[in-house]
Design a protein around this ligand. Structure first.
Ligand code: PMP
Length: 394
């Protein structure tokens, strides 16, 4: 082997990583030695889990593991290709049909992940001559999708969080032939809801698409967990595209977009992150079909989740940190300072409570927080234990 030339590239990256460390934003992973559930085992200790998005406690449900195993026995480990080549197997189609029926839309299209689903929709619908109007606090995947649309020539605007009046002014001033309003339904770092009825009214008035990311509402909100649209009693209207992720409340992985037959067929033909990626393993679709049934029959789980949410919010009133209004499983305890937030998360960790610290740039400067993620898997005692420990640390 000839000697390899030394590279200064690594040294440059290492210097940047050191800067991340100094700024308190170096990211690292923990290795989990147990299935996702009420607790997670790390370093030989069981930690109470307030970190997962497993809102209904389905990720570790034996019925889903069984459906996954049976699916793999019947359909093999992998799909072998992208959906438009030879990777669209019968379980994928059955899942799409079930998701369309569940959400009330004519058609649904499944994606390998929610990130990929979001990355497909906005650039597919909005290129030159189109305008995109996006909430300032939208998820990173929607922001990346917006940048792709911008690269394709779309005019992109961000409106202040949930500000319908500001959005209306932007819509009215835009000469674009195609307009897209894009929003999280449940904001991922705050847990608050988008004003979907107001957004839908604006979409109707300005003949715009309304693209809704229901990653954190699907399975949790609305009758039978049908999601944020159902929560507000809004129709599965032709101008709406509803995205839902299947790795959170649904407990497995993947995502879907539901909409009119035309919109879904258009997405299938033009969504680059749909076309140019391998279809998820068909066994995942089998597990998800089982998960959809558990979600639909999951009122007891949702009752437990909402009792946990109410208990945490009642108990947090006495804490020195702000808990902004959130009717969902995501409860943000705002600490403010980055290092103080990290220290609090670390103190909880040392007491076997896993509550992630979320810092800028994921959230705005000065709003570092603990993102408490609640689940139907938690008991009232678990919530009380978290509250008591926070009081002790206050
Ligand atoms: N949208 C939102 C609002 C999210 O919170 C997430 C996941 N954190 C995604 C999209 C991406 O979904 P997935 O994890 O399936 O890629």
């Amino acid at each position: 082997m000839p000697e390899l030339a030394p590279s200064r590239l690594d040294a440059r990256l290492e210097a940047e990583l050191q800067e991340f460390t100094a700024a308190g934003r170096r990211r690292q992973r923990r290795i989990v030695d147990s299935a996702c559930g009420r607790t997670l085992t790390v370093d030989g200790r069981q930690r109470l889990n307030f970190a997962s998005n497993d809102y209904l406690g389905l990720a570790g449900d034996p019925a889903l593991a069984q459906a996954l195993a049976a699916g793999a026995q019947a359909w093999g480990a992998g799909s072998g290709a992208a959906h438009l080549v030879s990777g669209h197997l019968a379980p994928h189609q059955a899942l799409e049909d079930a998701l369309a029926a569940f959400t009330g839309f004519p058609r649904a299209l499944c994606f390998a992940t929610g990130y990929l689903a979001n990355l497909a929709v906005t650039p597919a619908l909005a290129g030159r001559g189109a305008a995109v109007f996006a909430d300032k606090l939208n998820h990173a995947s929607l922001i990346d999708a917006m940048q792709l649309a911008k690269a394709n020539g779309a005019d992109v605007r961000r409106y202040p969080h949930n500000d319908l009046a500001a959005l209306e002014r932007l819509l009215a001033a835009s000469p674009a032939a195609t307009k897209l309003i894009v929003t999280d339904a449940v904001f991922s770092m705050d847990g608050d809801l988008a004003p979907l009825p107001g957004l839908f009214a604006l979409a109707e008035r300005h003949d715009a698409w309304l693209v809704i990311d229901d990653a954190h509402g699907f399975g949790v909100l609305g009758p039978q967990g049908r999601g944020s649209l159902a929560h507000f009693g809004l129709p599965a209207a032709p101008r709406i595209l509803l995205m839902g992720t299947l790795g959170k409340a649904a407990g497995v992985g993947g995502a879907f977009v539901a909409g009119s037959a035309t919109a879904i067929d258009y997405l299938l033909n033009t969504g680059r992150s749909y076309i140019f990626t391998t279809a998820a393993p068909p066994a995942m679709a089998c597990a998800l079909a089982a998960s959809l049934r558990l979600i639909g029959d999951g009122d007891a789980r949702r009752r437990q989740l909402f009792a946990n949410i109410a208990r945490l919010r009642d108990g947090a009133a006495g804490l020195p940190w702000r808990l902004p209004a959130s009717p969902t499983a995501i409860q943000p305890l705002i600490v403010g300072d980055n290092q103080a937030t990290l220290a609090l998360a670390q103190a909880l960790w040392e007491r076997d409570l896993w509550v992630p610290a979320i810092r800028p740039p994921t959230v705005p400067q000065g709003s570092a927080r603990l993102r408490i993620s609640l689940s139907a898997a938690h008991t009232a005692d678990d919530i009380d234990h978290l509250l008591a420990t926070l009081k002790e640390l206050a």
